[in-house]
Design a protein. Sequence first.
Length: 348
Amino acid sequence: MSELVCVGTFTPVAGGRGTGIHTFIRDPRTGELTSVGPPAPAEAPTFLAGGPDGRVLYALDGWERSGVRAFGIAASGALRDLGRRPAGGAVPCHLAVAPDGRHVLATHYGSGSVSVHRVGRGGRLAERTDLVSLEGSGPDAERQDAAHPHHVHVAPDGTVRVTDLGADAVRAFRLRHGRLVPGPVTPARPGSGPRHLAEHPDGRLFVANELDSTVSVFVATAAGDLRERATMPATIAPPRERSYPSEIVVSPDGRFVYVANRGANTVTTFGVTAGALEPVAETGVEGEWPRHIARIGDHLYAANERSDSVAIFAVDPRRGVPEFTGRLVDVASPACVVAVRPTRTGRP
C-alpha cells in the first residue's frame, strides 16, 4: 500500500524560499515520492506531526508570533485547513502529538517556552491549556544567552522530555489534564547544546548536541531523571568546524541510529550496542545543510534546506547504511519530512 509523506518548509517570513506544506504519495518499494498537488499554504511550517489516527496533520504556523495549525487529510492525501490557534511564543521549532491524540505540544526557541493545546472533535485544535516559560543559560554567549527549548518528545508512558539547547539540559514533565507538571532536570555537558532526541525501544535516549558536535546516550534512573552513559563525536571524519548535528532517529528495528550533520553535509550511521553507539558509516546527503532526516520503511530521506531538495536513500535492513538512489525531489527550503499514514489514491 502507498504511504503519505509530508514535507514542511521555511517560508519567506522565516528567511526561506518555501511555499507551504508539500504532500507526496510514497512508493514503499522504491521510496519514490509523487506529488499530490500544490503545497498547502502555511506560514513557516517548519515542523509537522500526524495525529495517531492518521486523519489530521498538525503544523507549526508563524514565526515571531507562533501558532499551531491543523489540517484534515483526504484519502488522496490532499490537505484541508482546519484552523489555527495562537501558541503565545516566538520562533517555534518543534511539535509533537500526545500518544492518545488529545494534546499537541510545541517548543518555541525564541521565547524559551513550551505550549500545550487541547485537541477537540475531528482533530481540530481547541484552546491552549498551558504555556511554560523556561529559565537558564550556558557558556556559549551567542547561542546560550537564555533557555532555548528545541525538541519535545512524548514517551508512550506520557513522560514529556524537552531538550533545552540554551541551558544545556534535558527537562522532564508529566502531562496532566493539559498542563505540564515539572519533573527532574538532567544537566548536559556545559556548552553541548542538546538539540533533538530519539528514544530507543528499550527506553534509552540518544541526544544530538548541536554546539559541540556530539551524540550522547542517556538511561533513565528509578527516580525518573537521566544518567549520561556515553558521548561520542557525531561524525566519523573529524569536521573542519562544527558539524551542527540536527536530527537524530532510531531505525524501526532499533539496531541503528542516524544523525544528520549540517556542517559536514552527511548522515552518520551508528550501530546500537549494549553500552553505547558504534560508528558504522558516514554518508553524504547529496545536498547542503540537512535540516532533518526521516527513516521510513527501508528508505531514509534527507531534507537539504540550502540546496532545495529531499534526497532519497535505500537502506539495507541488515547493514543499516543509507545508499543514494539517484533520486532528488525538488522542494524549496525543506525543513522536515514526516510519514503520516498509509493512504489510497482516489478522490478526496
